[in-house]
Design a protein. Sequence first.
Length: 240
Amino acid sequence: MNFAAQFTHRVADSLLEFVYPPVCVSCNRSLEDGSQKVCELCWNSIQTLNRNHPLFLDTQQKLLAAGFLSDVVSAYVFQKEGAFQHIAHYLKYRGYESLGVELGKRLGSVMDEWGVRPDLIVPIPLHRVKLRERGYNQAEMIANGISSATKIPVFANIILRRRHTQTQTKLNLDERRKNMEDAFGIAVQGSEKIAGKICLIVDDVITTGATMNSCAEALLRGNALSAIAASAALAQKDSV
Ligand SMILES: [Zn+2]
């Protein structure tokens, strides 16, 4: 986001806080500290993942089967109407960038616990039309949060989105794969950064993993050593 837009956002935020005292985006309880956006009760209500969780094992098996990804890491279970869905909604559609950074910090500590240690972090890019509409890439905000927790660098402009892929929610698995074929490429200046490196690909939610696999394939084509998928949450295919 450019400076003028950021400034406008800040002014709008302070005005809103004056008129409406800050409340949790998920449960509407009032918050002592308006910069937090989500109360601790709501954060604690979100089901967490571990390496033995059935949803994790199922997703990992599906993702690694395609042969491009070497590992998966994720912090939460996406549940319809749950606090995570509210957080993801405010992050994507209401301009609450700080929620992405907070999710990233939490995902960064999960990476430490799980011993996931990539060389660099690459957020899945938004198409520029969407980027212009939204003003920021939510995956990049999560990547920035991971970086602030782990000190691993973020390279935001390495993966390029070649086509404006249509929204995937109404497509079945095969249609999603087709939609994603060759959807991504590597920027000219990106190849030397990723060559021989372990890359962590970041998205907000992984459902089928088609986007992740497509990005991983592009990174490997660009001579990355390996690619790990990271997301704030995992979703069952029928839960989104
Ligand atoms: Zn709450």
